[in-house]
Design a binder for this molecule. Structure first.
Ligand SMILES: C[S@@+](CC[C@H](N)C(=O)[O-])C[C@H]1O[C@@H](n2cnc3c(N)ncnc32)[C@H](O)[C@@H]1O
Length: 360
């Protein structure tokens, strides 16, 4: 955790935020391993003695989620998993564990997002560099449509659902403020942090079945000093309101339990005059979003006839829906742009993601 980010962003207790709606600042607790500019192992502690929740900082990433025990129950084994397995033995273990094991599901995620985020920098044969980088192209389209970073007020940027982190680096390169990437997925965030700390992206690239190549890609960004990656819930960004000049949420809306809650979280996080970029392919997943919460996409018999865009447009128009945002306004006509998720050598999922540019 970079101290620059901790001091400038002044994180608050996510538990107090989610349960009582109060923004209680977090203080540094234990500092077990640190440099002058960052803490690698330690804790952040809620300043309210009635809560006093202790959030671990692990390998430089603070874990700032409202339900720490719930997150730990799922991710604890990943935190303590070894990261030094040589490539051949990783394949042997993946074969033995089988295609549906958590190990191989995680490898698929790392493959898809590792490749799209850093594959364009992979100069070795088999890296499929030319097709990678689709999320960067989406982001560039949106930022250009907003008039570039210069059209936004000065201030930090929040990248919700940053996954392997490339959009956070990109937005840092385009501006001059601090950038924070937040995600709930430990292995993807660890990939992002490795790029931050070591200037290389290491990920398994799926060839077919459960056969993966290990890719090691040099990924150095001049603006990396201004970027940090934390574990956090996009529905409860652990910050006081209106602190960010720009909030991005690329392809996250259809992965959260409550899409209107994500929109309200973005609405609350953007500073007056600030911007927001939202992309979504409306590819609802039942394990993440209950069917009833899908925006219009679950019934052809309703007024919207299954059209997600219409419901989203109302949610983004103050007063047009009971759960509408309060401040954000759509400022450019939304666009459908290509976004690619690579499954394996012979399967690229080609989405048309719906791109929305907003100002507060
Ligand atoms: C479909 S991926 C998109 C990743 C990246 N933004 C991109 O477009 O390449 C969705 C990401 O959102 C993250 N995510 C899902 N729910 C989240 C939540 N409530 N808070 C933070 N991140 C979340 C997932 O872990 C995953 O990394």
């Amino acid at each position: 955790m970079r101290l620059s980010h901790f001091e400038r962003l002044r994180p608050v207790c996510p538990r107090c935020l989610a349960t009582r709606g109060t923004a209680v600042p977090l203080g540094l607790g234990v500092v077990e391993e640190a440099t002058a500019s960052s803490v690698r192992w330690g804790t952040l502690v809620c300043g309210d003695p009635g809560c006093a929740m202790e959030y671990p900082i692990i390998d430089g990433a603070p874990i700032l989620v409202p339900d720490l025990r719930g997150w730990m129950a799922v991710n604890g084994p990943l935190l303590t998993a070894r990261t030094d397995i040589p490539p051949t033995m990783e394949g042997v273990l993946g074969d033995a564990l089988g295609p549906d094991s958590a190990f191989n599901v995680t490898r698929q995620h790392l493959s898809s997002y590792g490749w799209d985020h850093y594959g364009d920098l992979d100069r070795q044969p088999g890296g499929e560099a030319a097709a990678a980088g689709s999320v960067l192209r989406c982001l560039a389209t949106a930022l250009d449509a907003l008039g570039g970073m210069a059209a936004l007020p000065a201030g930090p940027v929040l990248d919700l659902g940053c996954a392997a982190g490339r959009t956070s680096f990109e937005v840092a390169e385009r501006g001059d403020g601090l950038v924070l990437g937040l995600d709930l997925h430990w292995p993807l965030l660890a990939l992002a942090r490795r790029v931050l700390e070591q200037g290389e992206a290491v990920y398994p690239l799926r060839r077919s079945g459960i056969a993966y190549d290990r890719r090691r890609v040099e990924a150095r960004f001049a603006a990396a000093e201004r970027v940090d990656f934390w574990i956090g819930d996009a529905l409860y960004p652990p910050f006081a309101p209106r602190g960010f000049a720009l909030v991005t949420a690329m392809n996250v809306l259809d992965c959260v339990a409550s899409p209107p809650a994500l929109l309200r979280a973005i609405d609350g996080a953007v500073a007056d005059g600030g911007g927001a970029v939202l992309a979504t392919p409306f590819d609802w997943a039942t394990q993440a979003t209950p069917v009833e919460a899908w925006l219009g996409g679950h019934s052809q018999r309703g007024d919207d006839a299954g059209r997600c865009e219409a419901v989203l447009a109302r949610l983004l128009t103050p007063g047009a829906h009971p759960q509408s945002v309060e401040r954000l306004r759509v400022v450019v006509e939304p666009m459908d742009v290509p976004w690619t998720v690579r499954m394996h050598d012979r399967a690229l999922m080609q989405y048309r993601t719906h791109l929305i540019m907003l100002r507060a």
